[in-house]
Design a protein around this ligand. Structure first.
Ligand code: SF4
Length: 399
């Protein structure tokens, strides 16, 4: 008998998503159920084809944008103790820092000298810093560097500034905007599912609080981005739930306000040096029941590049009302970010120059602008610089 005929029958059953593909080709919106099926679909290449189709509809052509900017972490003092964070020092420890205005100006000058236009300025929830600190800081930055865009804070920081300054959220946002805050980054969304938030960041804002704050910012005419940190204790279904909650808010913002989410950025949890990483790897406890609610799983592993590509592809397919989907080369590394350009991504994010939050958790990719451009070109795309609001500049230059 032919040896080939003796091969055991494959037990693999192809998962057919033809009906979802037909919706994508017809421009129909996908449902939560569609998203769940795509999250479980084994054929990654098919997800890429579908996601790239939607990317091409929203941003036709081969342009991949990036922005010349830098991160500035003005303070690492924070009381919130998110279990996934390796960046903060507790206020009581007295070990944390607050950068002086001069230090911040020096960092901005370095960026400006290299042609940068955006600072991503974020810190912890520092009980000593009320709204006057931020108003003074932002207005001083704008006075000295009027051309620099302040992409700053996070929902958690803004909510906390309002609370300790005894102001309404709306008043706080109006004052921050008046002093120079341009856009609010989507960091801190983590997973917009309260079951997950309670486990990984029990003292942080709830899903509704986060989304309501972003709606308020949009109502005031502001733009923001939205992130998703996956790979902790969430299920694939909860990733889809996060996306659908964001999509609903974006629908509402586009219908009723002048502000909106400009971009979606997903990355996976970076476990090294974090309490949550130790818990999930079973390092923090002698027995699983000591983990106090963390879904301790002896099989837990850090999410892979394969998982990243799947997640960003489904993100592009579900979040059909968010125009730009950004690669996270800081967490994924340049190679996966390059591949991601075929899975619905159209933007390479910021040049960063300095990154402290993710690198505190053991991930340390920093690259010059010439390298970003080279990577985009090597992947078969055309690099173009952009503004924070995704206006594309015609010239291509590097530093
Ligand atoms: S993620 Fe932000 S809010 Fe949470 S502990 Fe770290 S600095 Fe504080």
């Amino acid at each position: 008998m032919n040896a080939l005929l003796e091969q055991p029958q494959s037990t693999f059953v192809p998962s057919n998503v033809d009906d979802i593909a037909a919706k994508v080709w017809n421009g129909e919106r996908l449902s939560y159920e569609d998203g769940v099926r795509l999250m479980h679909h084994p054929n990654l290449a098919e997800l890429g084809i579908l996601a790239d189709h939607v990317r091409q509809k929203q941003n036709p052509g081969r342009v991949v944008t990036y922005i010349a900017g830098r991160n500035i972490n003005y303070s690492n003092v924070c009381w919130v103790q998110c279990k996934f964070c390796a960046f903060y020092d507790l206020p009581a420890s007295q070990k944390g820092y607050v950068l002086s205005q001069e230090q911040i100006f020096t960092k901005i000058q370095e960026m400006v000298d290299l042609g940068g236009i955006e600072i991503l300025i974020q810190g912890g929830l520092n009980p000593k810093l009320r709204i006057d600190y931020y108003e003074e800081l932002f207005s001083s930055i704008k006075a000295k560097f009027p051309q620099v865009w302040i992409h700053g804070l996070s929902v958690a920081e803004v909510l906390y500034i309002a609370k300790i300054s005894r102001l309404s959220l709306e008043e706080t946002m109006r004052r921050l905007h008046a002093s120079g805050l341009g856009t609010i980054p989507g960091a801190g969304a983590e997973m917009l599912v309260d079951r997950v938030r309670k486990i990984i960041a029990p003292y942080k804002d709830t899903t509704d609080e986060w989304l309501h704050a972003m709606q308020m910012w949009h109502k005031l005419g502001g733009h923001s981005s939205v992130t998703m940190m996956y790979g902790t204790v969430e299920t694939p279904e909860e990733r889809v739930e996060h996306m659908i909650r964001v999509r609903d808010v974006q629908d509402e913002s586009l219908r009723t306000t002048t502000g909106s989410f400009t971009a979606f950025i997903a990355w996976n949890f970076q476990p090294d040096g974090t309490p949550l990483g130790d818990e999930l790897r079973g390092l923090a406890y002698q027995t699983p029941h000591e983990s106090q609610g963390v879904n301790y799983d002896p099989n837990w592993r850090k999410a892979t590049g394969y998982d990243y590509l799947r997640t960003v592809a489904v993100g592009r397919l579900l979040l059909d009302n968010i125009p730009h989907h950004q690669a996270s080369w800081v967490t994924q590394g340049p190679k996966i970010a390059q591949i991601g350009l075929n899975y619905g991504l159209d933007d390479f994010g910021s040049t960063m120059m300095e990154e402290n939050v993710v690198s505190a958790a053991g991930t340390d990719f920093v690259m010059p602008i010439s390298e970003i451009e080279r990577l985009i070109e090597q992947a078969g795309y055309e690099p173009k610089r952009r503004s924070t609001l995704y206006e594309v500049f015609s010239e291509k230059s590097g530093y």
